[in-house]
Design a protein around this ligand. Structure first.
Ligand code: KIV
Length: 288
């Protein structure tokens, strides 16, 4: 019996080899059913810790736990077949030490079956990234705006809009690449800086509010579908599903109240009684 799946999943080295080539298409997903849709068109599915804000209505990603990431990571793995699934490491699960990072990353990979993890931070995470990669954990980096640092940076503002702010962000991206990450997310940075970093680092850059020159792009699925009430400037709404969902819910409520739903099409009729054929009576003289 073969244990091979028919569809081969993309791996971190596959994505790494796409530097400077065909743009890498990435989206987030947190559920099996959206993962199935995204998988058909994307190279990477990120189970982002943005799920804390998108699914749970949290103000920031800070309260997200490892258990939340593992639960949704597992769902996305079940729903997808081809894309590389990357699971975000949440705040507090990797910063204390490289050993803590390895313990958390190993748990995520064993329990979800995902192909890589993502961690936020540049130079301060360089040693940790190298430690993980040496031990078999493919790492996607994340520099520029790092939302888990919201309590120290103060707001979700774009980074590098003054040229004087570029050197530390460039140094962060280079540090992530030097440490052996297979790709790096550039979030909310000035366009010329995104272009410049992409030309400088040997690994694919994945832009979110960075530059069309990046080696790939990522958006939060619910943001680009028009399901999030507030979105950053860098989000293009490729659809406006919010109003059509509200309309559908309104129609449902109306039909339930009017008792027009469920109609005959949506209920189960009784089975027709089966007529059991009796054996033919033996013909004999009548008693009458
Ligand atoms: O958590 C997330 O969705 C992310 C992307 C915005 C890159 O980190």
């Amino acid at each position: 019996m073969s244990t091979q799946n028919e569809t081969r999943r993309l791996t971190a080295p596959d994505i790494r080899s796409r530097k400077g080539g065909e743009p890498i298409v990435c989206l987030t997903s947190y559920h099996a059913h959206t993962a199935r849709m995204v998988d058909a068109y994307c190279d990477v599915i990120l189970v982002g810790d943005s799920l804390g804000m998108v699914m749970h209505g949290l103000e920031t990603t800070v309260p997200v736990t490892l258990d939340m990431m593992i639960l949704q990571g597992h769902a996305v793995m079940r729903g997808s077949k081809r894309a590389l699934v990357v699971v975000d490491m949440p705040f507090g699960s990797y910063e204390a030490s490289k050993e803590q990072a390895f313990g958390s990353a190993a748990r995520v990979m064993k329990e979800t079956g995902c192909g890589a993890i993502k961690i936020e931070g540049g130079r301060r995470m360089q040693e940790t990234i190298a430690f993980l990669v040496e031990r078999g954990v493919p790492v996607m980096g994340h520099v520029g705006l790092t939302p888990q640092a919201i309590n120290t940076i103060g707001s979700f503002r774009a980074q590098g809009r003054d040229e004087g702010d570029w050197p530390p962000i460039e140094a962060d991206a280079r540090a992530v690449a030097d440490a052996g990450a297979f790709a790096v997310v550039l979030e909310a940075i000035a366009e010329p800086l995104g272009r410049r970093i992409t030309a400088q680092v040997p690994i694919p850059t994945i832009g979110i509010g960075a530059s069309a020159a990046c080696d790939g792009q990522i958006l939060v699925l619910e943001d680009m579908l028009g399901l999030s009430p507030r979105v950053p400037k860098f989000v293009k709404r490729f659809s406006e599903l919010g109003p059509s969902i509200e309309q559908a819910v309104q129609n449902y409520a109306q039909e339930v109240r009017a008792r027009t739903f469920p109609s005959a099409d949506h209920v189960y009729a009784m089975r027709k009684p089966t007529v059991t054929k009796l054996p033919e009576r033996a013909k004999g003289p009548s008693r009458a």
